[in-house]
Design a protein around this ligand. Structure first.
Ligand code: ATP
Length: 140
């Protein structure tokens, strides 16, 4: 059974999530405010739509309610990320994963009910540091 995911924001982070999910056979709706991003992903994902997700009616028209998991990968525009997350929450999305830009952004996202907040650069930095330590231990 295919599971449905929506990914909002097709930067490096959101784009790579779209690619991986699609390669694994998942049904992905990719959304971005910029047409060129949608053109880049329209042949990779099942559905690709140009939309501004800070508009509540747009989110409703997209039928976002029907998605079991929505990933918000809007980065620099923190206001758009927070507004989008808030509306997804109000629309009753069960699982919302959001990319945070900094610690304050993360705090707000947790307060408004994001289920999973990620900091790709920080999290990856931590992981690599631990890998370096364990490799060094094995080498000695
Ligand atoms: P990355 O590090 O993953 O490349 P980033 O942190 O630099 O991304 P941005 O490039 O600022 O993040 O945002 C990611 C995408 O989100 C962009 O392609 C941008 O067009 C899209 N985006 C920004 N605002 C909105 C919005 N209101 N609705 C939909 N998409 C949006």
């Amino acid at each position: 059974m295919k599971r449905e995911f929506a990914v909002i924001g097709l930067g490096r982070f959101g784009g790579s999530i779209c690619r991986e999910l699609s390669e694994e056979g998942m049904d992905v709706l990719a959304i971005d405010i910029h047409e060129e991003k949608i053109n880049e992903y329209k042949n990779i994902v099942a559905h690709a739509v140009i939309a501004d997700t800070t508009d509540e009616n747009t989110l409703k028209e997209l039928g976002i309610r029907n998605f079991e998991h929505v990933i918000v990968a809007i980065g620099e525009n923190i206001q758009a990320s927070i507004l989008t997350t808030l509306m997804l929450k109000e629309l009753g999305i069960k699982k919302i994963t959001v990319k945070a830009q900094n610690d304050y952004h993360e705090k707000v996202l947790n307060k408004i009910g994001a289920d999973h907040v990620v900091h790709p650069e920080r999290d990856m930095g931590r992981r690599i540091a631990h890998n370096i330590i364990s490799t060094n231990i094995l080498d000695h």
